[in-house]
Design a protein around this ligand. Structure first.
Ligand SMILES: Nc1ncnc2c1ncn2[C@@H]1O[C@H](COP(=O)(O)OP(=O)(O)OP(=O)(O)O)[C@@H](O)[C@H]1O
Ligand SMILES: [Mg+2]
Length: 454
């Protein structure tokens, strides 16, 4: 039967091991875990000294990282080679426990001076395993000659295994902590980058709006003749009606018929004044810098208003106008000024392209496009697009004109997309050029916003 004193000792060792396990589980600091491990080991084996050495891969040595009982200067400083020249080195290299009952009798070890300083006689070393290889060594030392029993060695080895587990856990936690830290860092960086990007996008949007405005003003500058003519028409009519009215009034025969004629003239003057007013309003809208406003409009009206600004007298430029309007096309949901800007540029381009052509026909077509879209086509019988222009179509500063900015088509594309539509060059074999602009129908948009109840 086993000696009750030994049994009692074993039970105490097991309880100490379990307590230490709980402590290590809750303690986040590895230094504290190792110091406690050394203290509990020394206490359970009734020795005054214990230490834990950690292997340092770069230096290929074992550094005392924790301990108990030692004079100051041992923990954190003392190192020994990770080879068989020391007891801890041999336990580390071989993985087997190294037990010395009398250190003085073993001349094969070169021991650091602190062994002598602490009058160490007996020592026992066991390996602390790591996840990827040996991690270090756990050693207990006695200043009195002491035999380490088989039970002691089993206890020490078990203890070293619990230490190894604690080391692995804290290393894992540290790795996780550092991953969390880098992730936090990345999130902060990402937020900063997103902020910068949003600011840049805003700047790009502002610049784009500026460019569109400049291009519009430039187009207006080149259209002053057409605009003056457009405005002159109602003004001339007003002058004419007022002249007739004046003659009637001067005649002094104000019978009922004369009064009726006068009333009719006044109504005509009123209509022409309103027309002049609406031309000026349209002009003001075009010139003003503004954000987009999308409303339901008749696409035909937009085309006619745009045409009036470019081509006040088609016969003057010897251009034959052809209108192919789909009479039942529903309204479109667009920013009228922006779509006018597109059409004005397309029509101007066509007129300019037909300058040297014999046949000069400008065809404006409206037709149902893909589901939910109306298509507007501007076709001319001009020179056609040159291969160089085609290669960079819709890109800025792509011009063959001496006074052109080469911004027109780029602005057309930006505005078409801003209105939920698209613009493209229609490639066919017919001489001349054709561009097609698709615009969203108002009905479809309304349905998307307020789907009909089923
Ligand atoms: N209908 C067309 N027929 C032939 N070439 C065309 C036609 N439309 C455009 N182009 C070519 O495409 C080029 C680019 O047109 P875009 O409208 O972008 O610029 P631009 O007319 O040169 O200058 P602006 O910025 O004043 O409009 C023109 O210079 C011209 O060479
Ligand atoms: Mg142009």
């Amino acid at each position: 039967m086993t000696d009750p004193a030994i049994m009692d000792g074993l039970r105490r060792q097991q309880a100490a091991l379990a307590n230490f396990g709980t402590f290590a589980f809750h303690e986040p600091e590895l230094g504290k875990i190792l110091t406690e491990a050394a203290r509990v080991c020394a206490e359970c084996l009734h020795v005054p000294f214990a230490k834990i050495c950690r292997y340092r891969d770069e230096q290929k040595d074992l550094l005392v990282v924790a301990g108990c009982g030692w004079k100051a200067g041992v923990v954190g400083n003392v190192i020994s080679k990770a080879d068989e020249s020391s007891t801890q080195g041999r336990a580390f290299v071989t993985g087997k426990p190294v037990i010395l009952e009398d250190i003085a009798k073993n001349a094969s070890f070169v021991l650091p001076p602190f062994y002598a300083e602490h009058k160490i006689v007996s020592t026992a070393d066991v390996l602390i395993k790591g996840k990827t290889g040996p991690w270090g060594v756990l050693e207990v030392d006695s200043a009195e000659r002491r035999e380490f029993s088989e039970h002691d060695v089993v206890f020490l080895t078990g203890f070293a295994n619990v230490v190894a587990e604690a080391v692995a856990t804290t290393e894992r936690t540290a790795a996780m902590q550092s991953a969390i830290e880098s992730m936090k860092h990345l999130i902060v960086e990402k937020d900063a980058l997103l902020g910068e990007r949003a600011a840049r996008e805003l700047k790009v949007h502002e610049l784009q709006m500026e460019l569109i405005h400049v291009s519009r003003l430039n187009a207006m500058g080149q259209m002053t003749a057409a605009i003056a003519h457009e405005l002159n028409q109602p003004l001339a009519a007003i002058a004419n009606y007022v002249g007739v009215a004046k003659i009637s009034l001067e005649a002094n025969h104000m019978d009922n018929g004369a009064i009726l004629r006068l009333k009719d003239l006044v109504a005509k003057v009123q209509r022409q004044t309103l027309r002049a007013g609406s031309i000026i309003k349209n002009l003001k809208d075009v010139v003003e810098k503004r954000e987009s406003i999308r409303l339901e409009v008749n696409v035909e009206d937009v085309i006619r208003d745009s045409l009036a600004m470019v081509l006040y007298d088609a016969t003057d430029s010897n251009i034959t106008m052809k209108f192919e309007f789909d009479a039942v096309l529903p309204k479109v949901l667009i920013d009228k000024v922006q779509i006018q800007q597109i059409l004005i540029n397309l029509i101007r381009n066509s007129v300019e392209a037909m300058h040297d052509s014999k046949e000069r026909t400008l065809t404006l077509t409206t037709v149902a496009g893909e589901a939910g879209f109306a298509n507007v086509m501007v076709r001319d019988t001009g020179a056609g697009l040159s291969p160089e222009v085609l290669q960079r179509l819709f890109q800025p500063f792509n011009t063959t004109k001496a006074n052109g900015m080469g911004l027109g088509l780029m602005v057309c594309q930006t505005l078409a997309e801003a209105n939920g539509g698209r613009i493209w060059h229609v490639e066919d074999k017919i001489k001349g050029t054709c561009f097609c602009l698709s615009l969203p129908l108002a009905e479809t948009q309304a349905e998307e916003l307020h789907p009909a109840a089923e």
